[in-house]
Design a protein around this ligand. Structure first.
Ligand code: Y39
Ligand code: FE
Ligand code: FE
Ligand code: FE
Length: 231
């Protein structure tokens, strides 16, 4: 019912209401792509055997950022980058701390699983309700995000036995942050015809599938997912 309403509602991309919401969501995406760019450079240093592939991913992220900056300019919206920096600060801090301690498993969980699944969910839900210009950009971007998620899945699957305990702890520390982030943008997302329920559903499907591909059992996945609910 919710989703049907979202699809039918006529969006006025030039209205002040839409542009105000867009100034925050667009900034989140721009800041997220910038941080993803930096995170893959850090990961390239932590994983010399995958250095070149990770640098390739980091370059994709800066192209994504440029694409979304163009989406903002197209709607004559100034992104609220200060809001976006604050929005990402929890995950950013946890990634930096883990990187400084050489905890590559935690870094991969934060960037390649949690943040990529968040991006894939948001972009999938956005595409049907985006303006024509942003839809084309986002369709190109989301395909690449799947390849970033895949990098994390493959690496963590290959190191599953040694990584399992660190993954569980990192999940417990970071999944609640994602729910807080979603709650913060629920209103702006709604203004753009993106419903929170749909975002949560898509995120949990992507994240659960990723955990399954890495080697977690259904029972593990249920337990790991439940940590989101205590945010
Ligand atoms: O790997 C990536 O490219 C991810 C950094 C980009 C983050 C996108 C974050 C999207 C959240 C949007 C929330 C809208 C409700
Ligand atoms: Fe609604
Ligand atoms: Fe990206
Ligand atoms: Fe990405």
């Amino acid at each position: 019912m919710q989703q049907l309403t979202g699809q039918v509602k006529e969006l006025d991309f030039k209205s002040e209401t839409y542009k105000d919401a867009y100034s925050r969501i667009n900034a989140i995406v721009i800041e997220g792509e910038q941080e993803a760019h930096e995170n893959y450079i850090t990961l390239a240093q932590l994983l010399p055997e995958s250095h070149d592939e990770l640098i390739r991913l980091s370059k994709m992220e800066s192209r994504h950022k440029k694409g979304f900056e163009a989406c903002g300019r197209n709607l004559q919206v100034t992104p609220d980058l200060e809001f976006a920096k604050e929005f990402f600060s929890g995950l950013h801090q946890n990634f930096q701390t883990a990187a400084a301690e050489g905890k590559v498993v935690t870094c991969l969980l934060i960037q390649s699983l949690i943040i990529e699944c968040f991006a894939i969910a948001a972009y999938n839900i956005y595409i049907p309700v985006a303006d024509d210009f942003a839809r084309k950009i986002t369709e190109g971007v989301v395909k690449e995000e799947y390849s970033h998620l895949n990098f994390g899945e493959v690496w963590l699957k290959e190191h599953f036995t040694e990584a399992k305990a660190e993954l569980e702890l990192a999940n417990r520390q970071n999944l609640p942050i994602v729910w807080k982030m979603l709650n913060q943008v629920e209103g702006d997302a709604h203004t753009m015809a993106m419903e929170k329920d749909a975002l949560v559903e898509d995120f949990m499907i992507q994240y659960g599938e990723a955990l399954s591909n890495i080697g977690f059992t259904t029972r593990d996945i249920m337990r790991l997912s439940a940590y989101g609910l205590i945010a």
